[in-house]
Design a protein around this ligand. Structure first.
Ligand code: HEM
Length: 415
């Protein structure tokens, strides 16, 4: 767990949160909306009619662009996500994760950063398939720069890091723009999240808004998936009894079945993943700007005022969860003593209508990662007793470094 001197972004918020039942003003007039019902309602009202901003060229010329609702963009992605969750795509996703782990084998690594790398690199082709190695490397550099900024906090980056971040972001823009243009000219088609945007929405969106849509997903896969994966590695490393239970479950089934039926074929691993997602939800806080006048439990927000929501605090709310700070995958078993309250009290993927489009794939990917770590690889920690999780912008294991080792042939055969 978190050490007393480690960062805790929520330290000043827990007291007022309990005192005011989850809705209160904090500091410079920002409303904290940590109550599950209030957060869900505020998000629904705020984003009910979300449309994309006008194109840049139209803004300059004082014209209106064709109206495209965010719902249209999301619905194309959600359909494509179903295809991307099929057997062949899951196998390819797992192969890409295994390749990153294999590449780092026997080197001294920070596991929290490794987790980001494994998740992000494996997910890039889900968003933009078929990129050259050097273009993929630019996307990874951009993601690392964003994560470094998150990790360092405001003003915590050196000028060199800031400059590298600008360069990486510019290159990512160039890579995505080039790929959209190539596909629009009738080049190759791919099964990824960019293709339906090009095929179905490009004329209405225009190139700059299409670029914005694709980079939104690239940003989304650069943070929470890796943060949660780092915590999954942490929980597996700290709880050998759970690692052994999961290894047994994976050995009893085949990995091919896992690709075919996803989380269904590994119910214990799925419970473990659900609990990691609850216990270590990322990000800790999300800032929203009111797009319409909002009233949250009699607190009024004018357009442009900010409010903050927290999947983490909702998932740890003592009013709804029993022993919320205890890591207990068994709470997800049928008939468990600590029952989850269900519904919108469990929000590791946020709230409709902007809830994560990758919730299903993200969960399966975490199960696949657990499978790799219980069967083909193992983590050897440099200082097992020192490892703990701090609560910065995202939950982050500290002193969590060591070596990825291959498992013996007997364990590999079990896959
Ligand atoms: C375990 C993995 C993941 C976690 C924990 C996670 C978590 C989140 C959270 C908390 C949000 C904010 C939702 C809100 O605004 O209320 C979000 C949004 C989003 N996520 Fe994920 N995510 C994961 C995986 C993925 C994957 C695999 C993809 C796509 C390949 C993805 C794409 C997105 C997108 C596009 C959004 C923005 C949705 C919108 O604004 O409409 N995420 N995610």
């Amino acid at each position: 767990m978190t050490g007393p001197d480690d960062p805790d972004l929520l330290a000043d918020l827990r007291g007022p949160d309990a005192e005011h039942d989850g809705v209160f003003w904090h500091g410079d007039r920002r409303l904290m909306v940590f109550d599950a019902d209030a957060a869900s309602r505020a998000n629904a009202e705020n984003f009910a009619d979300l449309t994309l901003p006008d194109r840049f060229v139209d803004q300059i010329r004082g014209r209106r662009s064709p109206v495209v609702s965010w719902r249209q963009v999301r619905s194309l992605w959600l359909s494509q996500m179903r295809v991307l969750g099929e057997e062949g795509h899951l196998r390819a996703l797992a192969d890409r994760m295994a390749a990153v782990l294999d590449d780092r084998r026997d080197q001294h690594v920070d596991f929290a950063w490794l987790a980001h790398e494994v998740m992000f690199r494996a997910l890039v082709p889900v968003v933009l398939d078929g990129l050259s190695t050097s273009d993929q490397a630019w996307l990874a550099r951009d993601a690392i720069a964003k994560l470094t900024r998150l990790d360092a906090g405001p003003g915590g980056q050196t000028r060199r890091q800031q400059w590298q971040a600008v360069v990486a972001q510019a290159h990512t823009g160039r890579v995505v723009r080039k790929e959209i243009r190539r596909r629009a000219r009738g080049g190759r088609t791919r099964t990824d999240l960019t293709q339906p945007i090009v095929d179905r929405l490009l004329p209405a969106l225009g190139p700059d808004r299409a670029l914005e849509a694709v980079t939104t997903v690239l940003t989304a896969i650069a943070g929470p998936p890796g943060a949660v994966a780092g915590c999954l590695m942490y929980e597996l490393a700290k709880r050998p009894e759970w690692a052994a239970t999961l290894a047994e479950e994976f050995a009893a089934g085949s990995v091919e079945r896992l690709y075919r039926s996803g989380t269904r074929s590994a119910p214990i691993a799925h419970r473990f993943v659900k609990e990691v997602l609850r216990m270590w939800s990322a990000p800790l806080l999300m800032t929203r700007s009111a797009r319409v006048p909002l009233t949250v439990r009699a607190h009024r927000l004018a357009v442009g005022q900010h409010y903050l929501v927290s999947p983490y605090l909702v998932n740890h709310d003592e009013r709804h969860w029993s022993d919320p700070d205890t890591f207990d995958p068994d709470r997800w078993s049928a008939g468990a003593a600590r029952r989850p309250p269900g519904g919108h009290y469990y929000v590791p993927f946020g709230w409709a209508p902007t809830a994560c489009i990758g919730a299903g794939l993200g969960s399966v990917q975490l199960v696949l990662l657990a499978q790799l770590l219980c069967t083909r690889f193992r983590l050897e920690l440099r200082a097992p007793d020192a490892a703990r999780v701090s609560l910065g912008a995202v939950p982050r294991p500290l002193d969590f470094d060591g070596w990825v080792r291959p498992r013996g042939p007997a364990a590999a055969d079990a896959t």
